[in-house]
Design a protein around this ligand. Sequence first.
Ligand code: I3P
Length: 147
Amino acid sequence: KDIITPLEQLMVEKEGYLQKAKIADGGKKLRKNWSTSWIVLSNQKIEFYKESKQQALSNLKTGQKPECLDLCGAHIEWTKEKSSRKNVFQGLLWHCQDGKMEFHPQDVHKAITTVSGNEFLLQSDIDFIILDWFHAIKNAIDRLPKD
Ligand code: I3P
């Protein structure tokens, strides 16, 4: 099994702003509300900050945490049905717990059947920006060890 060290976990692969709408939380459908989110992709997780990067960094000092989702067992795909906007993809992911992963890779199947996920949409009007994000997230998911 691949061992992912804490140092590697911290490595930021991509960060930037995208339009984000969360459409389900813990399996419960939410009213769609698009907003700009600063997104930080590392090799095992993705974090969504509600604020600008600058604001988010100063909030970190005061202990405010972003929404952290585990890429292990995550799934993303393009969708035309879930929004009238162009360039939208959807993701189904699980929450990280206290910065740690909620499940070990070998437990992912168990997790999928016992825990309801979070569904969100990501969008940009600019084609290359959304394409870069899609591939960066997909690559990060595909690189994680499977059981
Ligand atoms: C929603 C809002 C969203 C829209 C959504 C609407 O209305 O207009 O922008 O999603 O469409 O329901 P409200 O602000 O009243 O909640 P898109 O922009 O992604 O199409 P939906 O219900 O078809 O998801």
